[in-house]
Design a protein around this ligand. Sequence first.
Ligand code: FES
Ligand SMILES: [Fe+2]
Length: 370
Amino acid sequence: MGLYLKNCWYVAAFTDEVTRTPLARKLLDIPMVFYRKEDGTPVALVDRCPHRFAPLSIGRLVGDDIECGYHGLRFDCAGKCVSNPHNAGKALSAADIESFTLFERYGFVWIWPGEAALADTATIPHFPYLEDDSTWRVLRGHLEVKGNYQLVSDNLLDLTHAPYLHPGFKMPGVTPEQQLAATTTSVEKTDRSVHYYRHRNGLPPNQATIDLFGFPAEPAISRTHMHWYPPALIDFDNGTYFEGQAEMDGFCFPQAHCMTPETEITCHYFFAAARNLKIDDPAIDDALRGVLNTAFRTQDEPMIEAVQSRMGNTGDIEALGPVMLKTDAAPVMARRLLKQMIADEQAGEIGQAGETGQAGEARQAEIAAE
Ligand code: FES
Ligand SMILES: [Fe+2]
């Protein structure tokens, strides 16, 4: 079991995945079931009936409640066991289960696995390009990666892998060494974020940009700015334009990359990539989908999974003593910041763990008295 930051927003699903058909998804080692109330509000409960541990996700919805498919205990959307059919349909508070705080924005269902009273939606990063379809066309994807979630943020925060792992992003006539030499980078850190800026000047756009948008193979300016927020949310601003041109007249390709642990060594990787050019052209959708699939699914994902296979059953690469390169600055800063936040949270939670134990004993006592 991994140690995770609890008081934090994670992406649980795309909004259209949560429907009136229960969706089973494990997040942070917790099996969860997601569904919508009749008014459309999303619900998340622990996906394990406390009676014989049947997954509630294979039960059925009754109005806003979910009924276990095994012996019929029924739970409301706050996790209260509102009906025990084996005791005249009375509520059974000893069988109450945990529910989770959700919030929908940017096409994502966000989940706050920690203390509900601390959930503050203002801490969700801003992705304005995901909610303005007059300017942007958004493509979304979901990968289930057999690797720790931080291996994915490491991958994004260190783009020096691009010329080696993503040959499709190469520039005509430019070697990986020339590409790295023409790139300048800087990193900044706050107490809750890491910002990594890459700029490249004087090289042509990459081949994919030339092919998709008909850009000339002439010296261009390109930027990739990455803003990392805990636990593994990256606002990735990528663009290419020419000297004397406004950024928005070039190709802008901002992306949200949101990684959520499934277990310590597997994760959900949700991405949403927006573009400002040819936004009504389905052929560009297909081509860009192909570019993203090639890069993320056939290059990054297998490499991350291969790395995880060499790490064994731990998600903590730092504990294995990796050699560090200068280019690891941003991923290492993000990892250390998250590690500190988790340690601080754990230190403050000792008292709450005791309360959970007492609640468990009370539940047993109530069942015995019934
Ligand atoms: S396992 Fe759910 S009611 Fe028995
Ligand atoms: Fe990559």
